[in-house]
Design a protein around this ligand. Structure first.
Ligand code: AMP
Ligand code: GLY
Length: 452
């Protein structure tokens, strides 16, 4: 229990663009005295009221996937709230161990995190509860996977069951591509344990959109829909990445679609997880395909999306720390809504936000690091612009250099999507580092009127 709810110390696990956005939004809250990031990046290092803990090692390096390491750190800092950014620590049970020790955590338990960490669990859960998703079969052997492919026909989708850092899904155009990905996952262990079992899934056509909701296990408050851009190059070409840009709200999912996702996906999922004894608290992220027959769930994630968070949080007028404390307390969102005597939704800005990711030359393949980044200051003082760092660090001489594949998230908010796009690219044009590349068409489909 926090000693003083006005003076919260927050420990934030993670160091990407998503975590920079979360740290920035938390530090803005009058309830928060300080945010400690483990490990953070050069962007969080420069935020007021935020400190990076990149030298927390004792005998061995700090491991965010080791619940005991996180517990030790949280105790040492006397953290009032621990916020977990990425999925791995959640799947490893960080929330379970810290909650057991009496700490407040924002993020689901290991058992609730199975919605992301096991695709076969998520699919079986969705079919048990009639949550709209693609038809599927779970296969334990390559032979049964191949017979499932024969039953579905092609194109078909082959998914490693476990966490594979976003690389475990293959959309196979024909039988031989499907067989190859089954072989790689199940016989060559391309994804380790995660690919021992696979899900074979019906191929769905349409546009993709992400709807995230913040939930205390009972009430769920959806954020506006956002759209990610997964392919590395403009025109949706090249290999998949962690995400090269995003925008919010995505007009492709209108008010009726948003109502449908809330009442047919988010709410039934939260109700059913509670009924099954694994209440889900934190952010539930539904990745959806908008098919001709309506929205279908492609995947659940058990955390904020990256780069979606970088366009969602700048539009949130509510106090994120207050929301997270209400979630960590369990069933606090309903109490909060009652106390405020207003409807249950989030307080959101009517603006639009656009994020352009600047990546290292070669990403998502091999890339070099240590490149000096110029122009950050001039770009970040532009009105409506915020730069969330991802793979950056500060050198001994105080210079900001690249340290990862995705380097910067250049975010602009404006009254319209078109204006936000323009502002984001003006800021991008001011930033330079050797080998930098970015997509030039973030939100272009939405602007051309063909949806998101
Ligand atoms: P997932 O991690 O399950 O979201 O899959 C990653 C990406 O693969 C999605 O964002 C889609 O682009 C694609 N994908 C996944 N499932 C399907 C499906 N059933 N039909 C078509 N594309 C899919
Ligand atoms: N943007 C996709 C994800 O966070 O998984």
């Amino acid at each position: 229990m926090p000693q003083d709810p006005q003076n919260l110390k927050v420990l934030l696990i993670g160091g990407g663009g998503r975590e920079h956005a979360i740290a920035w939004k938390l530090a803005e809250s009058p309830l928060v005295s300080h945010v400690f990031c483990a490990p953070g990046n050069a962007g969080t290092a420069h935020e007021p009221f935020v400190t990076n803990l990149d030298t927390v090692a004792e005998e061995r390096p700090f491991d965010p996937k080791n619940p005991q390491d996180v517990l030790l750190l949280a105790r040492r800092l006397k953290a009032d709230l621990v916020v977990v950014g990425p999925e791995d620590p959640l799947a490893a049970g960080v929330t379970d161990v810290l909650t057991e020790a009496g700490l407040r955590v924002f993020g689901p338990t290991r058992s609730a995190a199975r919605l992301e960490s096991s695709k076969s669990f998520a699919k079986a859960f969705m079919s048990r509860h009639r949550i709209p998703t693609a038809r599927f079969e779970v296969a334990e052997t390559p032979q049964s996977a191949i017979s499932a492919v024969n039953r579905f026909g092609t194109p078909v989708v082959v998914k490693a069951d476990g966490l594979a850092a976003g690389k475990g899904v293959t959309v196979a155009p024909d039988r031989s591509a499907a067989e190859l990905s089954i072989h790689e996952a199940m016989e060559e262990s391309a994804f380790g344990e995660a690919g021992r079992r696979v899900v074979i899934e019906e191929y769905l056509e349409g546009q993709e959109v992400s709807v995230l909701g913040i939930t205390d296990g009972d009430t769920v408050l959806p954020f506006p829909p956002a759209q990610d851009h997964k392919r590395v190059f403009s025109g949706d070409s090249g290999p998949n990445t962690g995400g090269m840009g995003a925008y919010c709200p995505a007009p492709v999912l209108g008010p009726a679609g948003q109502d449908f996702v809330r009442s047919h996906v988010l709410e039934p999922t939260i109700r059913a997880m509670a009924a099954e004894g694994a209440p889900f608290r934190g952010v539930l992220y539904a990745g959806l395909m908008l098919t001709r027959d309506g929205p279908r769930v492609l995947e659940f994630n058990c955390r904020f999306g990256d780069p979606e968070t970088q366009v969602i949080l700048p539009l949130l007028n509510d106090d994120l720390a207050e929301l997270m404390m209400a979630v960590a307390a369990g069933s606090g969102l309903r109490r909060r809504a009652r106390a405020r005597d207003r409807d249950r939704g989030l307080d959101l800005s009517p603006r639009s936000a656009v994020c352009v990711v600047m990546a290292s030359g070669g990403y998502p393949g091999r890339y070099e690091t240590g490149k000096v980044i110029d122009g950050l200051e001039v770009a970040s003082v532009r009105s409506g612009v915020k730069i969330f760092h991802a793979g950056t660090k500060v050198t001994g001489r105080g210079r900001v250099v690249t340290s990862g594949g995705r380097v910067l998230n250049v975010v602009a908010t404006a009254p319209t999507l078109a204006a936000a796009v323009k502002e984001a690219y003006k800021a991008v044009a001011l930033i330079r580092f050797e080998g930098a590349h970015f997509r030039t068409d973030i939100a272009a489909r939405a602007l051309s009127g063909s949806g998101g």
